[in-house]
Ligand binder design. Structure first.
Ligand code: NAP
Length: 284
């Protein structure tokens, strides 16, 4: 079995598995983690302007020796760059920071600010070939439907918190009319020990000769979710990708679905998002 791909609503195939670089410092930490992941066979990296490490991701992609078209790079625009015209300037700056020719997937990072104006520029950037695919992140209020209904190009993905404790089943139903797929952030609960050590994962890890984290990641893959666990630990980077040689049974998938607690690890009320997320701008 080899790594899997998902066909998005624009016909593009995205590697279902990748690596995220949230909270990884710019420079060697990000570059080395990405280079190592690419060497291990990863073909998908998830970054954001807000992570302030896009330049290091771009360096890793360029120096990997892997043809550009084989690597999928996602980035995200912060609300400080939302607005018709302003967003296009933000995209051009992002292209300069990444320096990899084009962006595979560009998301609006947060559901505040002039997101409607920003979406128009994202659609234009697709027409101009600067960006291949566009989507949303953290749009879980009614603003999700507002943008999906108005959009000419429907969002291909919605990136949200999603893991066995918070499985996002209602959101999946809301996305179905638009053919939008869920990308999971915090796929292993940001490393939460209680989640990772759930007895069902320990039992299945023993059965398959895998780690608990590998069982969780495999569950996401079989659920059809796109994942990019973060790691800067070479052993974890290697192990996390080693999940394509076994398959959980239907009954095991059900047992993991039963672990859902409908509890998020991270939440900010919408009113607070409005002030908090628009008051800050990434430096570079
Ligand atoms: N759109 C958004 O608003 C948003 C928000 C949050 C995250 N994200 C994206 O989602 C990605 C993943 O989320 P995340 O990084 O916050 O959390 P995560 O991937 O769920 O968890 C990362 C944590 O788990 C640890 N870990 C990784 N592999 C492990 C393994 N095999 N065994 C034990 N521990 C392991 C990592 O430590 P080590 O480094 O030591 O391995 C790190 O502490 C981010 O990097 C980012 O790209 C997006």
């Amino acid at each position: 079995m080899s790594q899997t791909y998902i066909t998005l609503n624009n016909g593009t195939k995205i590697p279902q598995f990748g690596m995220g670089v949230y909270m990884v410092p710019a420079g060697d930490a990000t570059k080395n983690a990405c280079m190592y992941a690419l060497k291990m066979g990863y073909r998908h990296i998830d970054t954001a302007h807000a992570y302030q490490n896009e330049r290091s991701v771009g360096e890793a992609v360029r120096e990997s020796g892997i043809p550009r078209e084989e690597i999928w790079v996602t980035s995200k625009l912060w609300p400080s760059e939302y607005g018709e015209g302003k967003t296009m300037e933000g995209i051009d700056k992002m292209l300069e920071r990444l320096d990899i020719g084009y962006i595979d997937l560009l998301l609006l990072h947060q559901q505040v600010g002039d997101y409607m104006g920003a979406w128009k520029d994202l659609e234009k950037a697709v027409e101009q070939g600067k960006v291949k695919t566009i989507g949303l992140s953290n749009f879980e209020s009614e603003r999700l439907e507002e943008i999906c209904e108005a959009a000419t190009v429907k969002p291909a993905v919605l990136q949200v918190e999603c893991h066995p404790y918070f499985q996002q089943n209602e959101l999946k139903k809301r996305l179905a009319p638009y053919g939008t797929v869920i990308e999971a952030w915090y796929p292993i609960g940001h490393g939460d020990a209680d989640l990772i050590n759930e007895p069902v994962f320990t039992e299945l890890a023993e059965k398959y000769g895998k780690t608990n984290v590998q069982i969780i990641l495999r569950w996401h893959i079989q659920e059809g979710t796109i994942i990019f666990p973060k790691s800067t630990n070479p052993q974890h980077i290697k192990d996390n990708f080693d999940i394509f040689d076994f398959e959980l049974t239907g009954e095991e998938m059900e047992r993991i679905r039963a672990v859902d607690k409908s509890v998020r690890f991270f939440t900010v009320p919408l009113e607070q998002q409005e002030t908090q997320f628009t008051a800050w701008a990434p430096e570079d």
